[in-house]
Design a protein around this ligand. Structure first.
Ligand code: DQA
Length: 145
Protein backbone atom coordinates (compact mmCIF):
# COMPACT_ATOMS: atom_id res chain seq x y z
CA UNK A 1 0.00 0.00 0.00
CA UNK A 2 1.26 3.45 -0.92
CA UNK A 3 0.03 6.73 0.57
CA UNK A 4 0.94 10.32 -0.26
CA UNK A 5 0.81 12.79 2.62
CA UNK A 6 0.66 16.39 1.36
CA UNK A 7 0.99 19.51 3.48
CA UNK A 8 0.22 23.05 2.44
CA UNK A 9 1.58 26.49 3.27
CA UNK A 10 3.22 27.37 6.57
CA UNK A 11 3.10 23.81 7.89
CA UNK A 12 6.90 23.67 7.55
CA UNK A 13 6.86 26.16 10.46
CA UNK A 14 5.04 23.86 12.87
CA UNK A 15 6.59 24.25 16.31
CA UNK A 16 7.34 27.94 15.58
CA UNK A 17 3.99 28.94 14.17
CA UNK A 18 1.18 29.80 16.67
CA UNK A 19 1.99 27.00 19.15
CA UNK A 20 -1.20 27.83 21.09
CA UNK A 21 -3.17 26.74 17.99
CA UNK A 22 -0.98 24.08 16.40
CA UNK A 23 1.06 22.78 19.36
CA UNK A 24 4.80 22.78 19.96
CA UNK A 25 5.68 19.76 17.82
CA UNK A 26 7.83 20.53 14.78
CA UNK A 27 7.21 19.58 11.16
CA UNK A 28 10.07 17.07 11.41
CA UNK A 29 8.39 15.48 14.44
CA UNK A 30 5.14 15.24 12.49
CA UNK A 31 6.97 13.52 9.61
CA UNK A 32 8.70 11.06 12.00
CA UNK A 33 5.39 10.16 13.60
CA UNK A 34 3.84 9.45 10.19
CA UNK A 35 6.91 7.51 8.99
CA UNK A 36 6.98 5.36 12.16
CA UNK A 37 3.34 4.44 11.67
CA UNK A 38 4.03 3.60 8.02
CA UNK A 39 7.00 1.40 8.97
CA UNK A 40 4.96 -0.38 11.65
CA UNK A 41 2.14 -1.12 9.19
CA UNK A 42 4.38 -1.74 6.19
CA UNK A 43 2.80 1.15 4.29
CA UNK A 44 4.94 3.04 1.80
CA UNK A 45 4.58 6.70 2.70
CA UNK A 46 5.69 9.76 0.71
CA UNK A 47 5.48 13.06 2.59
CA UNK A 48 5.66 16.48 0.91
CA UNK A 49 5.14 20.07 1.98
CA UNK A 50 4.76 23.08 -0.29
CA UNK A 51 3.94 26.73 0.17
CA UNK A 52 2.73 26.94 -3.46
CA UNK A 53 -0.73 26.06 -4.70
CA UNK A 54 0.38 24.88 -8.17
CA UNK A 55 3.03 22.64 -6.66
CA UNK A 56 0.37 21.00 -4.48
CA UNK A 57 -1.72 20.42 -7.63
CA UNK A 58 1.30 18.74 -9.22
CA UNK A 59 1.90 16.60 -6.13
CA UNK A 60 -1.70 15.36 -6.36
CA UNK A 61 -1.01 14.41 -10.01
CA UNK A 62 2.28 12.78 -8.92
CA UNK A 63 0.37 10.60 -6.43
CA UNK A 64 -1.80 9.40 -9.30
CA UNK A 65 1.09 8.61 -11.67
CA UNK A 66 2.95 6.87 -8.82
CA UNK A 67 -0.13 4.65 -8.39
CA UNK A 68 -0.69 5.68 -4.80
CA UNK A 69 -3.64 4.05 -3.05
CA UNK A 70 -4.71 7.27 -1.40
CA UNK A 71 -3.85 10.79 -0.33
CA UNK A 72 -3.85 12.48 3.07
CA UNK A 73 -3.86 16.24 2.58
CA UNK A 74 -3.69 19.18 4.91
CA UNK A 75 -4.14 21.99 2.38
CA UNK A 76 -3.72 24.56 5.20
CA UNK A 77 -5.02 27.99 4.09
CA UNK A 78 -5.68 26.67 0.54
CA UNK A 79 -8.49 24.62 2.10
CA UNK A 80 -10.52 27.80 2.25
CA UNK A 81 -9.62 29.26 -1.15
CA UNK A 82 -8.54 26.65 -3.67
CA UNK A 83 -10.83 25.30 -6.36
CA UNK A 84 -7.64 24.14 -8.14
CA UNK A 85 -6.92 21.65 -5.34
CA UNK A 86 -10.54 20.48 -5.35
CA UNK A 87 -10.35 19.92 -9.10
CA UNK A 88 -7.00 18.12 -8.80
CA UNK A 89 -8.40 15.61 -6.30
CA UNK A 90 -11.49 15.13 -8.46
CA UNK A 91 -9.26 14.66 -11.52
CA UNK A 92 -7.17 11.85 -10.08
CA UNK A 93 -10.10 10.23 -8.27
CA UNK A 94 -7.91 8.74 -5.52
CA UNK A 95 -9.43 8.26 -2.05
CA UNK A 96 -8.41 11.39 -0.18
CA UNK A 97 -8.74 12.41 3.46
CA UNK A 98 -8.62 16.08 4.49
CA UNK A 99 -6.73 16.74 7.73
CA UNK A 100 -6.47 19.80 9.95
CA UNK A 101 -4.38 19.93 13.10
CA UNK A 102 -6.67 22.51 14.69
CA UNK A 103 -10.43 22.30 15.04
CA UNK A 104 -11.32 24.55 12.10
CA UNK A 105 -15.03 24.29 12.95
CA UNK A 106 -14.42 26.24 16.16
CA UNK A 107 -12.33 29.00 14.52
CA UNK A 108 -12.96 32.07 12.33
CA UNK A 109 -15.88 32.20 9.88
CA UNK A 110 -13.52 32.17 6.88
CA UNK A 111 -12.19 28.77 7.98
CA UNK A 112 -15.66 27.20 7.83
CA UNK A 113 -15.50 26.89 4.06
CA UNK A 114 -13.52 23.94 2.65
CA UNK A 115 -13.50 23.56 -1.12
CA UNK A 116 -11.54 20.31 -1.12
CA UNK A 117 -13.95 18.59 1.29
CA UNK A 118 -16.39 17.84 -1.55
CA UNK A 119 -13.80 15.51 -3.11
CA UNK A 120 -12.68 13.82 0.13
CA UNK A 121 -13.93 10.61 1.72
CA UNK A 122 -13.52 12.12 5.20
CA UNK A 123 -12.24 15.08 7.21
CA UNK A 124 -10.25 14.76 10.42
CA UNK A 125 -9.82 18.01 12.36
CA UNK A 126 -8.81 19.12 15.83
CA UNK A 127 -6.82 16.01 16.72
CA UNK A 128 -3.34 17.47 16.40
CA UNK A 129 -0.69 15.27 14.77
CA UNK A 130 -2.74 12.14 15.63
CA UNK A 131 -5.23 13.27 12.99
CA UNK A 132 -2.76 12.26 10.26
CA UNK A 133 -2.60 8.71 11.64
CA UNK A 134 -6.38 8.56 11.86
CA UNK A 135 -6.53 9.69 8.21
CA UNK A 136 -4.10 6.94 7.13
CA UNK A 137 -6.22 4.37 9.02
CA UNK A 138 -9.31 5.57 7.16
CA UNK A 139 -7.46 5.00 3.87
CA UNK A 140 -6.32 1.54 5.02
CA UNK A 141 -9.96 0.61 5.66
CA UNK A 142 -11.02 2.07 2.34
CA UNK A 143 -8.43 0.03 0.46
CA UNK A 144 -9.46 -3.19 2.30
CA UNK A 145 -13.08 -2.74 1.21
C1 DQA B 1 -4.92 24.18 9.22
C2 DQA B 1 -6.13 25.09 9.43
C3 DQA B 1 -6.17 26.17 8.35
O1 DQA B 1 -7.30 27.01 8.56
C4 DQA B 1 -4.93 27.02 8.41
O2 DQA B 1 -4.94 27.97 7.37
C5 DQA B 1 -3.67 26.21 8.41
C6 DQA B 1 -3.63 24.95 9.14
C7 DQA B 1 -4.78 23.14 10.36
O3 DQA B 1 -4.01 22.20 10.17
O4 DQA B 1 -5.40 23.28 11.41
O5 DQA B 1 -2.65 26.65 7.88
O6 DQA B 1 -5.11 23.45 8.01
Amino acid sequence: MKIYVLNGPNLNLLGIREPDVYGSGTYEELCSKIRSYGAEKDIEIEIYQSNHEGELVELIHKAFFAEADGIVINPAAYTHTSIALLDAVKSVNLPTVEVHISDVSAREAFRQQSYIRAACIATVAGKGFDGYIEAIKLLENQVKE
